[in-house]
Design a protein around this ligand. Sequence first.
Ligand code: ADP
Length: 410
Amino acid sequence: MHPRTGLPVVGMVGAGQLARMTHQAAIALGQSLRILAAHPDDGAALVAADVLIGEHTDLAALRKLAAGAEVVTFDHEHVPPEHLRALVAEGVTVHPGPDALIHAQDKQVMREKLAALAAPMPRWAPVASVDDVIRFGVPAVAKATRGGYDGRGVWMVDDPAQVQELLDAGTPLIVEERVPLVRELAAVVARSPFGQVAAWPVVETVQRDGINVEVIAPAPGLSEERAIEAQELAIRLAAELGVVGVLAVELFETADGILVNELAMRPHNSAHWTIEGSRTSQFEQHLRAVLDYPLGATGLTAPYVVMANLLGGDVTPPTPGMAAPSGAALRADASGDDGEHHHKPPAEMTLDERIHHMMAAEPGVKVHLYGKELRPGRKVGHVTALGDDLEDVLRRARRAVHWLREGEDS
Ligand code: ADP
């Protein structure tokens, strides 16, 4: 407990946007979030008061994070299990614990466990040689068992020989059948040590190049039967695996039903929409769960909620000392432009200027930026739109992201 507030200190490993948004939730609950950041300019390290700089692979740094904290939890899944076991042996409360977390760290361990639990999933096999892939059959999907994210560590395999290079590089692999997916869904739940569980409505997640770009809550047109099946599956997995905190179950929907793609045991991109779109955000719920507080209500605050990710790409960072902005705008006005081009060409517009335009265009859309450098393909922020009419909500979210990305109306 924090000596001044008498309220919990939570240690979080990792300082990306998930830690940053968890910090926002911790503020409201009066808690102190202590963060282990690899770099002082990581998104959460920029905003939290109690930041340790260190590596998640360094047991001494993890011990410092844990000292005086009620619980240690995660913004990513990359902490070596043996370090977590050492902490637990020393009396540290770690949620999710190492025996649960391993299923989000290692895709082969996850597949083996899901098989034991008879959970629906793609046909799969471990891979030690090209022959294993020949026996399995192509087309297939090869996956690094550890360390992949945002589609890195996933390869579409049409010729078994393709995996030789991966095996030569020493990448431990599994293969999966290439599922004829109709779309992707996510069932996100939270579970507390007491055993309470809470489920948000099942959402549709839209990916481009293996990266999530959009989430629609609730998943449009999903039958109630299938939605309940997905929620019950996620709740069962949370209980069977002993998850404490948020569990996101990424699902494939096929013509025949649902299959588990993978598991994440932390706040997840597929539930960022809950900040404005649910009574309880996933970040608050994760804190409640790991601290064994009663969980919050998970109902929607509007009939439809759409979250769209802002990926770094073409956005121009502000250039110090360049006085172009106002001059350029004046010239446009003076040239008799009737307002059709009242904003500057996209290439000249800074992110800050794009935000002004986005807010003017879509005052009901909420923006979240993560304090990151705008590197291509990187998730640097997201927007959330809410409303009664799905088409309109989608249009508004996309328009807002288009403004932020391209510096022009869609
Ligand atoms: P990551 O760990 O990088 O998120 P995933 O296992 O979620 O990787 O795969 C990334 C994306 O690749 C998925 O969202 C899906 O679009 C596609 N994908 C993964 N596995 C399969 C599969 N077995 N069949 C078809 N598509 C797949």
